[in-house]
Each structure stands twice: as C-alpha cells, then as structure tokens.
Design a protein around this ligand. Structure first.
Ligand SMILES: Cc1cc2nc3c(=O)[nH]c(=O)nc-3n(C[C@H](O)[C@H](O)[C@H](O)COP(=O)(O)OP(=O)(O)OC[C@H]3O[C@@H](n4cnc5c(N)ncnc54)[C@H](O)[C@@H]3O)c2cc1C
Length: 246
C-alpha cells in the first residue's frame, strides 16, 4: 500500500497581487521534497471548532525552486476557501499543505515537444509552472500558449509571459480577450474556437504535446476542436478547475 501523502505546515513568505481578483502566495516548506510542473497541492483550513475544508491549487512555481512553492488563487465570490486566502491570510501565517499530487497533467523538458498550452483564466497556473521550468532549463522546445481572459486587467502573469516570449527561445504567447479589449488590441477578441486553435497549432504541427487547463466548458471546447483538427487523443492532456467559463 502506498503511504498517504502527509500534511505539512507551510509559512506564507510572500503575497503578490496578480490581477484585481487573483493573488499569488509563496509558501516556505522546509520539508518539501519537490514536484513536477503541472502538479497541484491540497490546502486545508481548520476552524477552531474543528471544521475543516480542503481545496486543490496548482503549483505555479518551477520545480527548480527548492524549499518553497507558489500557488496562484482566483477569488471566487461566496467561496469558502479562496476569499479566506485573499482577505484573511497575511505573511507569516501558516497553512496546511499536502502534495505534490497528480502524475498525468505534468510536463518536463525531457518529454520534449513541440508544446501547445491552452489556458482559460486561472487555468494558466500549472502551465506557468511548465513555462517557468522550460525557461530555467534553457530549453528551446517550440512552444505556444493560447491564453483566454475576460479583459486586459485579468491577464494573469502578463508581464512575465511577455518577458518570457521576448527571449526569442521558441516561445510564443497568443492572448484572447472575450469580454473587453483595450483600444488598439491586436490579439484575439472571442472565445476559443476551431479557427483560433488551427492558427495557433499550425506552426507546431499535429504532433504537438497539448495541455489544456481552465473551466470545464473551455477545456471541452478546446479538446474537441483539437481532435477535429487531427491531433491524436493521446497527445492531449486536460485539467478542469471549476464550473464557469471565461
Ligand atoms: C486539480 C485542481 C487544481 C486547481 N488549481 C487552482 C488554481 O491554481 N487556482 C485557483 O484559483 N483555483 C484552482 N482550482 C480550483 C480550487 O480548487 C477551488 O475550487 C476554488 O478556489 C474555489 O474554492 P472556494 O472554496 O473559494 O469556492 P467553493 O466554496 O468551492 O465554491 C463557491 C461557489 O463558487 C462556485 N465555484 C467553484 N469554483 C469556481 C470557479 N473556479 N469559478 C467559478 N465559480 C466557482 C461553486 O460552484 C460554488 O457555487 C483547482 C481545482 C482543481 C481540481
């Protein structure tokens, strides 16, 4: 019998605002044994009366970062856990963490490419771990990220993504803004569809390793479109976060 993964205490060592509704939390974890890009952790909150609640959060940081990890959390109105993390947790607080969890939605440079990443909203988090890992490893594997957000202020990690794409090492990032576009916007302006995926996929070819993450509807739309475009099912990996669409 495999041993269950044990809970450990992580200390919040940094909190960063990513967008008006998204924050990143850096957790110092002295006993952390490492992870692979794409894996997640469980976070457990326990009230004084013993009531406890757990939620999963993808690891945003690259495996190369020792002794700490970063999670990025979207504040869901009326949620139990995400508003607590946003509104109550401060630096120095300790959180119960269990992980790393998941062995299917993972990518590392040894798996190779080309690599197609498709994200909706906070679904970009595990894909960011893959991109950070790719950059740290100095890999030049042809990679494209198609990232759907509602509006320009809601693009998580935008500065870092633009910086990584500017390295000229084979990474390209395409944004689509579904609800609001700034003046002069040159990216896509609609929900992800077959034509958009065809344009983003084409330079990579139909052998691209594909990772899709986000709200269920977006994941299913993108995966079905990519199958129609001729991508073999065994090249497509998906992870679903929540019920709504972007
Ligand atoms: C493998 C995995 C990885 C995940 N990684 C991340 C991550 O990196 N970042 C992140 O922010 N979240 C992530 N999630 C989602 C996260 O686990 C929680 O579901 C989310 O934070 C909501 O929890 P809550 O307690 O605040 O809301 P809850 O109390 O669970 O839900 C409150 C209400 O909001 C609805 N709701 C729940 N989730 C969403 C959603 N995503 N969008 C809109 N409405 C919702 C519920 O149906 C309910 O009506 C991940 C989920 C999984 C399964």
């Amino acid at each position: 019998m495999p041993r269950p993964i044990e809970w450990q205490l992580g200390t919040v060592t940094g909190i960063q605002t990513e967008t008006p509704t998204v924050r990143s939390f850096t957790l110092g974890l002295p006993e952390w044994l490492g992870h692979r890009a794409g894996q997640h952790v469980d976070i457990r909150l326990t009230a004084e009366d013993g009531y406890s609640v757990e939620r999963s959060y993808s690891i945003a940081s690259e495996p190369e970062l020792a002794g700490q990890l970063e999670i990025t959390v979207e504040r869901i109105p009326n949620g139990e856990v995400s508003p607590f993390l946003h509104d109550v947790v401060v630096e120095g607080d300790r959180l119960e963490v269990r992980g790393p969890i998941g062995g299917y939605f993972v990518w590392e440079t040894s798996l190779g490419g080309p690599l197609l990443l498709v994200a909706g909203g906070s679904g970009v988090v595990p894909l960011m771990a893959m991109l950070r890992h790719r950059a740290r490893a100095g890999a030049t594997i042809p990679t494209r990220l198609l990232f759907s957000s509602r509006g320009p202020d809601e693009i998580i990690y935008r500065d870092e993504l633009d910086r990584l794409a500017g390295h000229g090492d084979g990474l390209e990032v395409a944004y689509t803004l579904t609800r609001q576009q700034p003046p002069g916007w040159t990216g896509y302006s609609r929900r992800i569809d077959d034509r958009m995926l065809d344009e983003v996929l084409r330079p990579l070819g139909s052998g691209a390793r594909t990772y899709i993450c986000g709200p269920t509807a977006l994941v299913e739309t993108a995966a079905n479109a990519l199958l129609r475009l001729g991508l073999p099912a065994d090249r497509i990996r998906t992870e679903r976060f929540g019920p709504t669409g972007t």
